[in-house]
Design a binder for this molecule. Structure first.
Ligand code: SF4
Length: 287
């Protein structure tokens, strides 16, 4: 049985950077708070928790004073920085540089274009999206797709941005739909702000998954990127299976299987994919 791990699967540089910052801080501190899961992967969160990383939610931040807090790659709205300052919290800012740039771009657009509607193509309530909406004093309209176009006031000019992890196809469809329905007097400008670290994974993973008899896609269930990439795997290779941990490997699937591909999301640790490969190799060797 041949087993191969997809080399382009695993953490994007934004997540690598956030984990590095957390680990560096934990070398000299016994505990560090992190606002939200540092990565949408339960195993990696548990590994870092054993080193002293304590994940808290926004409601718990209200009760935290004089501590160190890490802001993860998704970024935070200005109100969170203000709260941290009021509570004398030392912020370890691990906002991804790509997200940071997008926040600045949206803030500038908001400040320089009074009366224009800022529209964000993204997932309502997602941490990154909340951080982006925060740059516009909460006025930006979030739409998840063409089905939400009725949220937009077409009598006003429109500036469209995208959450970094949305699909390029979805964004292009939205642009086409907006162009089709907006009245001629409304100015519509759009900015494809999708992170290519994620966008390039779709063609890569399709090419990878198509090569094997069976694919194990490893990801946490909370990862939206994981859901998107798994769908792509399943499309090109119906013999693809989503697993979050080693105990979810169904060995009965391996009958007559000669080649297995292992891949994952931008939030999947490499060490977990390696453990899946080792488990399968032991099984194949009859150990
Ligand atoms: S997906 Fe892109 S924007 Fe998001 S954290 Fe990773 S590198 Fe940064």
């Amino acid at each position: 049985m041949k087993i191969k791990i997809d080399e382009s699967s695993g953490f994007c540089f934004g997540v690598v950077n956030a984990i590095k910052k957390a680990e560096q801080e934990l070398e000299t501190s016994s505990q560090l708070f992190c606002l939200g899961d540092i990565v949408h992967n339960g195993q990696e969160v548990r590994r870092l928790a054993s080193k002293g990383l304590k994940t808290i939610e926004h409601a718990q931040l209200e009760l935290l004073f004089d501590e160190k807090i890490l802001f993860r790659a998704h970024g935070e709205p200005p109100s969170t920085y203000a709260l941290a300052e009021r509570h004398r919290l030392k912020v370890i800012d691990a906002t991804c540089p790509v997200v940071l740039m997008l926040q600045k771009k949206i803030k500038k657009a908001y400040q320089e274009n009074a009366g224009v509607q800022i529209v964000i193509y993204g997932k309502i309530g997602h941490a990154e999206v909340n951080g982006l909406v925060g740059q516009t004093d909460g006025t930006a309209i979030v739409i998840e797709g063409e089905q939400d176009l009725d949220k937009i006031d077409f009598s006003k000019d429109i500036l469209l941005f995208s959450q970094t992890t949305k699909s390029v196809d979805g964004f292009n469809r939205l642009v086409a739909a907006l162009n089709a329905v907006k009245p001629p007097q409304t100015t519509f400008r759009y900015f494809d702000t999708i992170c290519r670290q994620v966008a390039s994974r779709i063609p890569n993973i399709r090419e990878f998954a198509a090569k094997f008899d069976l694919v194990f896609f490893v990801s946490g269930t909370k990862s939206s990127n994981g859901r998107v990439l798994f769908r792509e795997c399943k499309q090109v290779n119906p013999n693809s299976y989503f697993i979050s941990d080693l105990d979810e490997i169904d060995f009965s699937l391996l009958t007559n299987v000669k080649t297995i591909g292992i891949c994952g999301a931008t939030s999947t640790p490499k060490w977990l994919m390696e453990q899946v490969a080792e488990t399968l190799e032991r099984y194949a060797a009859g150990k």
